[in-house]
Design a protein around this ligand. Structure first.
Ligand code: ZN
Length: 479
């Protein structure tokens, strides 16, 4: 192997990568509408010699880019969608929308997709330098936020021939992701009744809003009788209008049901459907159910965790300037004590014993640079990600890199504000290097890939992977 280092390959691309992440931050496109973000990433890959296929799996903004030929196929997953109502100026320590009601990168996916791009480009150059055989692949994965884009892509088989998938997420700490996540279903329940004058002829009306409310009461009672780790959330997406003097003829509620296993989600969902039917019966309304999307829980791969951990221990962590640290401290002043203490607590929990060093660092620095040490104790994260479906098809590993001040909760204006600064970009480039180095180890050590595949088979069991998305369900664009 040549002496060309991954860190110099990333450094050479740093300016370009930062510019790409800033453009995607500016585009701030919502799920499945990421036309400009996807085009930018795909075009850069093409310019750099990758073979790009756009609009894969029937999704306009999904794409795949390959460099090289044959096995192994080592892939990176890139996300690039934004969140609604989080428009925010960059680099400031007060809430200040650019466009009132506009979208913003509140989960840092502008960094996510770009860091994976950086890793793919570095691996490609390393392969060229060293005449490595095999394929490096970039998956352009749209609609992660509430859309489960990867689960739809998985259903079409786009991950089937990958030998490994590597990805990451920006956070307030760095380290190998070891947590499993929840599977979920997202489903619309729409009730149709009959409007009437609420005072003059209430007996003539059949209220769809009553049905939504009765359904919610039913599911709130159901909470006591589901598995401990299940989560049930809802949003009333149509309350039937703003006039109390009209009996609401139409109303809709969107449910998100989560549990560790898809089978558990399915059984809770079947009970939620019964409650909805009961609500329709009670109110003499009609019920229409529309399955929106689903995803599977993430399953760990300890072989890949070890491979990545070795690289984490080798790669230099970023250093921050006085200005960057001041800005991060400024962001912390906008957070509540509870935000900060809750984040610190969850970081210390990840570390387990011997956490004193990290506690001290978090007390003195607004950015936590020392990576979380590795241990393979089981742990759980009460969220969901469509990376879960990929992790059931090919061995998958995720990294977390500190991009935001300690205490910053995801999906907030503070993430958007930090997401276009050098502070976050340092974490992004750090993640590129860790991911690229992990990929190169896998090119170099096919026995690790084989071991990782065996572990996946063992964890999955004889039934393998089944898509949680019913036949005929297509990705939906947010209205
Ligand atoms: Zn995210």
């Amino acid at each position: 192997m040549s002496t060309i280092s991954i860190d110099s390959l990333i450094r050479n691309k740093a300016e370009k990568l930062c510019a790409v992440s800033e453009r995607i931050w500016e585009f701030a496109e919502l799920r499945f509408q990421e036309k400009r973000s996807a085009a930018l990433l795909a075009n850069v890959l093409e310019e750099e010699g990758f073979d790009v296929q756009r609009g894969i799996a029937g999704i306009e903004t999904a794409f795949v880019a390959n460099f090289g030929t044959g096995k192994p196929v080592i892939s990176f997953l890139g996300e690039f969608d934004a969140l609604s109502d989080l428009s925010q100026e960059a680099g400031v320590t007060e809430q200040q929308a650019i466009v009132s009601g506009g979208a913003g990168h509140g989960c840092g996916h502008n960094l996510l997709g770009t860091s994976a791009l950086g890793a793919a480009l570095a691996v490609k150059e390393y392969m060229q330098e060293n005449g490595l055989s095999g394929t490096v692949r970039y998956y352009g994965c749209p609609g992660e936020e509430g859309g489960s884009g990867k689960t739809f892509m998985a259903k079409e088989g786009v991950f089937d021939d990958a030998d490994a998938a590597i990805t990451w997420h920006p956070f307030t700490h760095s380290g190998v992701q070891r947590a499993e996540t929840l599977a979920n279903y997202q489903v619309y329940f729409k009730f149709k009744g009959k409007s009437a004058h609420a005072a003059g002829g209430p007996h003539l009306g059949r209220s769809a809003l009553d049905a939504v409310e009765l359904m919610n009461i039913g599911t709130n009672f159901l909470r006591e009788h589901v598995v401990q780790d299940a989560r049930l959330h809802y949003a009333i997406t149509n309350a039937g209008g703003v006039s109390p003097n009209v009996v609401q003829p139409e109303a809709e509620v969107l449910y998100l049901v989560r549990a560790p296993e898809t089978e558990q989600v399915e059984s809770i969902y079947q009970r939620v459907v019964k409650i909805a039917k009961g609500a329709a019966l009670m109110t003499e309304t009609e019920l229409e159910i529309t399955f929106d999307k689903a995803c599977s829980g993430f399953i760990r791969n300890t072989i890949l965790e070890q491979v990545m951990q070795d690289q984490v221990e080798r790669v230099q962590v970023p250093e921050y300037s006085a200005e960057e640290l001041d800005f991060a401290r400024g962001i912390q002043t906008t957070l509540s004590e509870e935000d900060i203490s809750s984040d610190k607590r969850s970081i210390l929990q990840l570390i387990g014993k011997d956490a004193a060093l990290w506690e001290e660092e978090m007390d003195t620095s607004p950015i936590l640079t020392t990576p979380i040490p590795y241990h393979d104790a089981e742990n759980f994260q009460y969220g969901s990600t469509d990376v879960g479906d990929v992790s059931r098809i090919t061995p998958t590993i995720q990294f977390h890199a500190a991009c935001f001040a300690v205490g910053t909760p995801l999906h907030t204006w503070q993430v958007v504000s930090q997401g276009k600064t050098s502070l976050a970009q340092k974490g992004m480039l750090y993640a590129s290097e860790v991911m690229a180095a992990t990929a190169l180890t896998l090119f170099d050590k096919p026995e690790q890939l084989e071991a990782a595949k065996l572990e996946l088979q063992k964890r999955l069991g004889p039934d393998g992977y089944t898509s949680p998305i019913p036949e005929g369900v297509k990705p939906t664009i947010l209205a």
